[in-house]
Design a protein around this ligand. Structure first.
Ligand code: SF4
Length: 446
């Protein structure tokens, strides 16, 4: 049973020392009750109080790890219903479903090797869900072994037959796959296997009461790392079920359903485009693992981009480190351009400069992660800031000229900047990054 803020407060030291980052113990207690703070943030909680607070301190949705090392996927441990309340922490793992009757290389190869760069990050699929469609443990194991021979990424092993799962585990390589799935019919054997191997276990039931009963029984059997499958498919059904689950876990602190969720947006012959629409909904609300039936770069790229956007902290724009960057191998007669440290701005500008074939110096000012116009409007990218950045990174020492190209959107800073940087010529570049190649090749002169 969850404790109220006041009940938690009674167990805290009540010294209001502020070390937890909150002004008072009461404020900290209230946040703890809302699952928006971690008990570990207070260094002075007594052991007795820790025990009593265990229920309040435990994450409302358990953190579960699939896979190992650099490829591991961490899911769950979310604390809010809506991203703008705080942030979402663990992006859903996106997997491709492979049946052991499929051509492994033809289906899994392109998906596993697919990767795309965006704002300095490498995006791609997280792993493969291998299904024992053949019904044969040997065929299943051979398929898993083949996938493992060319990818260390996490696997979901899909079979309700414990013998088939054991055969697959023998060749899987010990990389912490997810076992899928325990049902009302087989849960005892599946829970025993999960306990014996220490692996996470998915449980499936089309009814939330049934699902809660399954998690309780699996937990009693010694399995802590559980993943929920609500059984239903389709846009409306899953929206309803997943929202209900998330609300029960966060608002009611209903422990039996406080686990990450797996979804299958393309199951049942869904058209690939519709599958991506459903998957997009699951990224936003509230899947932790999404198993796709189809893969194509054109369909998956928007999904990966959406996931990146939804799971970016809205209060912390993605930033690059301010400094003087070399694009190509610039010399002392190369152009010097300045822009802000919003990642999307940096990578757009850097990409276009690189594409122009004109080696350049790119000076990145600290605009607290804002884009050019936003930063200018907020006073974070003004003449004083740009001049300070030019001096801080000693741009002059790299150049035989004294010319600085500013973004066209802040052309109004030209005169003021020439006052701030005596001896420098301030040039107004294009407004859009896409126009930089033409500017650098045909307009800029040292
Ligand atoms: Fe109170 Fe602990 Fe926070 Fe200090 S660190 S204000 S004792 S809750």
């Amino acid at each position: 049973m969850a404790l109220s803020g006041l009940e938690i407060y009674k167990l805290l030291p009540k010294t209001n020392c502020k070390e937890c980052g909150f002004p008072t113990c009461l404020a900290f207690a209230m946040k703890l009750a809302q699952k928006q703070a971690e008990l570990g943030a207070c260094p002075y909680v007594s052991e007795q109080a820790k025990e009593a607070l265990a229920a309040a301190a435990a994450p409302p949705i358990r953190l579960v790890v699939i896979g190992e090392g650099e490829h591991k996927v961490e899911i769950g441990n979310e604390t809010v219903l809506f991203r703008h309340e705080k942030t979402f922490y663990h992006p859903p793992g996106i997997f491709l479903r492979l049946r052991d009757t499929d051509d492994v290389v033809a289906k899994a190869g392109p998906a596993l090797s697919y990767s795309v760069e965006r704002v300095g990050m490498t995006l791609g699929l997280d792993g493969i869900a291998v299904e024992n469609a053949s019904g044969s443990p040997e065929t299943f194991a051979a398929c898993v072994q083949k996938v493992r021979s060319f990818s260390p990424k996490p696997l979901i092993l899909m079979s309700t037959d414990v013998a088939a799962l054991r055969a697959a585990l023998a060749v899987e390589g010990g990389k912490r796959p997810l076992l899928y799935a325990a049902t009302p019919e087989n849960w005892e054997a599946m829970a025993a296997l999960a306990k014996e191997t220490g692996l996470p276990l998915a449980v499936r039931d089309g009814d939330l009461d049934g699902l809660a009963a399954l998690t309780e029984k699996s937990k009693a059997a010694g399995v802590e790392d559980l993943v929920l499958d609500v059984g239903c498919r389709g846009l409306l059904e899953t929206l309803h079920a997943l929202t209900h689950l998330r609300r029960l876990a966060l608002k009611q602190n209903f422990r039996p359903l406080g686990y990450p969720v797996i979804t299958f947006p393309g199951e049942g012959g869904v058209d690939p485009l519709d599958e991506m629409v459903i998957a997009a909904q699951h990224v936003a609300k509230y899947a932790s693992l999404i198993v796709l039936e189809h893969f194509s770069p054109a369909l998956v790229y928007p999904l990966l981009t959406l996931r990146l956007n939804i799971y970016t902290d809205p209060q912390k724009p993605i930033q690059v480190i301010p400094g003087l960057y070399e694009i190509g191998s610039p010399g002392d007669r190369s152009p010097l351009l300045v822009t802000t440290n919003f990642s999307l701005t940096y990578f757009s500008v850097a990409g276009e400069v690189e594409g122009s074939g004109v080696p350049s110096w790119l000076l990145i000012a600290d605009s607290e992660g804002m884009s050019v116009l936003t930063a200018w409007a907020a006073g974070k990218f003004d003449a004083e800031k740009i001049a300070k950045t030019v001096r801080e990174y000693d741009a002059a020492s790299r150049l035989a000229h004294r010319k600085l190209v500013i973004p066209g959107y802040v052309s109004s800073l030209q005169g003021e900047l020439e006052d701030e940087l005596p001896g420098w010529e301030i040039l107004v570049g294009p407004r859009e990054a896409v126009d930089l190649p033409n500017y650098l090749r045909n307009v800029w002169r040292p």
